[in-house]
Structure formats: C-alpha cells, structure tokens
Ligand binder design. Structure first.
Ligand code: FDA
Length: 402
C-alpha cells in the first residue's frame, strides 16, 4: 500500500505544490514527485529573486490561449485576493510595484517555504529528486514509472511546466503524457522572450545596445478566425542582438514568425505634424530636433537607417519626406528574425489544448483521473504576476475537485 495514492502530482513547482496542498487538505493521500534536486527553482529566480507572485488585476484579458475564455472559471474561483490571504497568513511582507504587480519585500524563497509548509501541514508525501519516465493505465489506476519504485495512483496531475529554461529542469514530459493519452497539444513556442534582428537593415541599431525608452508596440490583427492582436505601452530596451524590455517581452507572446511588430517611439506626439508645423520657425538640423525628444544616439540611428543626413536642416525638407520620417518614428514596422528561444523565454506559449480539459476541474475529458495544470496547459499570462496566478488557480481547481 505504501506506493498507492489517491493523487500523484508530477512536478513540484508553483502549480503542483498548490494542487497537492489543496487535495491533501481535503483528506486525499497525495504524493508529489519532482526530478529536481532543488525545490521550485522557477519560483526562486522569478521576479528578480523577489517573485512577482500575483497581479491584483488578473483576469482572462491578461492571458493568451487558443481558447481565451477557458481560464475564466478557475481564475474567478481562486483570485489574486485568495492568494494574498495565504501570503498574509504566512506573514510574508510584500509590496505593489507597477500596475497591480505584487512582489515579496524580501525573497522568493518565502513563497517556496510557504507552499512547502502548506503541503507538509496537509500531509503531502514527497519523492524528490525522482525521475519520472512515464505514466500508464493499470486497470482503474495509473502506474507511474520512476527511477525508483513505481507508484500507483487513482488520479495523476501533470504539473511539469513549460519548456523555458531547460538548464533548471524544464522537460517536455507533460506534452509527452498528453500525446500518449491522445490529448491534443497546441503548438508550443517561446513567450515573454527578447526578439532578435539581423541583416543590413538592423546594422544602424546595433550600436544602440543599452538605450531604453517607453514606447507603444503592437502586432497581429483583430480580424479573422483565431486572430490575435497585442498592444502594450511599456519600456523598450535595445540589446546587442535585437530588442528586449517589458514592451518586447509582452508583444513576443502575440508575435507570429515572419510578421512585423509596429513600434511607436514617441506615443505622445505626431512627429510628422510637429516637424511640418515648425518648418518655418525652427531652423535647426534634424538630428538636433529629434534629440530633444529621443535619446541622441537613437535619433541619429533612425535618421541614418531611413536615409536622412542628421545634419540636414528642417526648412530644407519636403513635407513628404518629413511624413516618411514621422512614420519611421510613430509607426516603425520591423520583422524580427527570431527570438532568443527557450533559453531566455520566461514562459511557453501553447501546450495542452484547453478544449480537451474541463474548465472546472482541469481533468482531461476523455481520460478520467488525468489532470493538467499550470504552464503545461495552453494558457499563458502577460508579464506581471499573471503566470503564477494561473498556476495557483489551476492548481486549486484540480486539487479542490479530486
Ligand atoms: P514550474 O516550472 O514552476 O514547475 C514544474 C516542475 O516540474 C519543476 O519543479 C520541474 O522540476 C518539474 N519537472 C519538469 N519535468 C519533470 C520530469 N520529467 N519529471 C519530474 N519533474 C519534472 N511568473 C510570474 O507570474 N511572476 C514572475 O515574477 C515570474 N518570473 C519569472 C522569471 C523567470 C526567469 C522565468 C523563467 C519565469 C518566470 N515566471 C514568472 C513564470 C513562472 O515561473 C511560471 O509560469 C510558473 O513557474 C509555472 O508554474 P508550473 O508549476 O506550471 O511550472
């Protein structure tokens, strides 16, 4: 009997621990398995070590999914305020940083300790480190093959996360289990990730690494079946290989390879109108005018990239040329070559197709007893604490229903 459980949760990360604690608190015999030697590394490195553990504004509008309404039920039944109550119960000091993002004052370790304590108090059993090789049906039960004794469980919860940051233990086990049980997967790709650019048209921007400014960025379309449109106003950062910063991480989750992103580098101003209106009164060089509004090196890079001499004088420029320059600043459309990939991505877009799961319980419709939660599922949050809120909410949805 010692290897026989009501619930086996594979993956002791954010969603897995939350789910295990919720199921054990309801009297279930629960085992948590994880192959890592250190508990919950992703929580440890999150939010720059302070864990942006939720966002008080979290709602379905902050998530990317092929099935955008799926997350509504779990998110409304376990809210940011519910998680906050747990944080307060454990006397963890926190603060709000930016647009509803809540961080620990001290360390992400406190969130890991809180979840571990919740699991221990509810009587969750642990196997860690323990490599999981696969899951099979065995009559009424599931048999989990590990590098130790096999485990038998009436219910299996797959909480193995996404593919990002393989060096701290991300694997594709969750997707493999899904495929094995004929549960569909929405194609996966890196999300919340810096975008890369190369080729001659990017050369003028290479020396700009380190420059940051607030921009508007958008991509995609609002029209058509399955259309995805992302629009954010956040900080942009030029890097040696391309673009990063919150604006780019956010838009990367909506970006489709081969399509452009459109940047507005001066969202408060119609640059063409401003330049044309000041043609008669301002005699300065273009480079000097633009550097009143933009970092000087960026102003020069933009002029060169668009075929303007920085020392050209404003009164000498035709209106049509100034409109072209205005477009290059207010509507700069560029096609990224690619992204920095899973090595640098904070999350994985796509995953287990939510049309295959119950939105109440996270159980696979055609495999009674098999559940998928957290990042393994095709629900991906924006930057800002939303991904953890999904991990907590989907974990509680499954753990509270088994
Ligand atoms: P998670 O990845 O947390 O856990 C999966 C677990 O499964 C791991 O413990 C892993 O070892 C285990 N596992 C995997 N394969 C296995 C196998 N084959 N056998 C056994 N065990 C296996 N989000 C947010 O809301 N706020 C933030 O501040 C941040 N910051 C952040 C920074 C960085 C650098 C990254 C990479 C990510 C973030 N995130 C974030 C995203 C957030 O960390 C992520 O969405 C959640 O951790 C997902 O929780 P899960 O429990 O689904 O997976």
């Amino acid at each position: 009997m010692s290897n026989h459980y009501d619930v086996a949760v594979i993956g002791a990360g954010a969603a897995g621990m939350m789910c295990a604690a919720a199921a054990a608190a309801r009297g279930k015999r629960v085992l948590l398995l994880d192959h890592a030697s250190k508990l919950a590394e992703k929580i440890r490195i999150s939010g720059g070590g302070r864990c942006n553990f939720t966002n008080v504004n979290a709602g379905p509008q902050n998530f990317v999914s092929d099935n955008p309404h799926f997350c509504r039920s779990a998110l409304s039944r376990y809210t940011a305020q519910d998680f906050l109550a747990l944080v307060r119960k454990h006397r963890i000091a926190y603060h709000e940083k930016h647009r509803g993002q809540l961080f620990c004052d001290d360390s992400a370790e406190q969130i890991i300790r809180m979840l571990k304590d919740e699991c221990d108090a509810a009587g969750v059993a642990w196997r860690m480190p323990c490599k999981v090789n696969g899951v099979e049906r065995s009559g009424e039960l599931f048999r989990i093959d590990t590098d130790g004794e096999p485990v038998l469980a009436r219910n299996v919860v797959v909480a193995t996360g996404g593919l990002s940051i393989p060096k701290i233990g991300a694997t594709d086990l969750g997707y493999r289990i899904a495929r094995q049980f004929d549960v569909k997967i929405v194609e996966t790709r890196p999300g919340l990730v810096p975008l890369t650019f190369d080729g001659p048209s990017w050369q003028p921007f290479v020396p700009l690494a380190g420059i940051a400014l607030e921009v508007e960025v958008e991509t995609g379309s609002r029209k058509g079946k399955g259309a995805r449109h992302g629009h954010f106003r956040e900080d942009l950062l030029f890097t040696h290989r391309g673009l990063s910063g919150p604006a780019i991480l956010q838009i990367s989750s909506y970006w489709q390879p081969g399509t452009p992103i459109v940047l507005n580098l001066l969202p408060e101003m119609d640059v063409a109108e401003e330049l044309i209106a000041s043609k008669t009164s301002v005699k300065k060089q273009l480079g000097n005018i633009l550097s009143q509004w933009l970092p000087a090196r960026l102003a020069e890079g933009l002029l060169l990239a668009n075929g303007f001499a920085p020392d050209a004088r404003l009164p000498d420029m035709a209106d049509a040329k100034l409109r072209k320059l205005g477009d290059a600043i207010n509507r700069w459309a560029i096609v990224p070559t690619g992204s920095e990939g899973y090595r640098k991505a904070e999350v994985t877009i796509g995953g287990v197709d939510t049309r295959e799961l119950s939105q109440q319980t996270m159980m696979a419709n055609k495999v009674p007893g098999l559940y998928f939660i957290g990042e393994t599922v095709d629900v991906t949050g924006w930057l800002g604490g939303y991904n953890f809120q999904w991990a907590w909410a989907s974990g509680v949805a499954a753990g509270g229903s088994i």
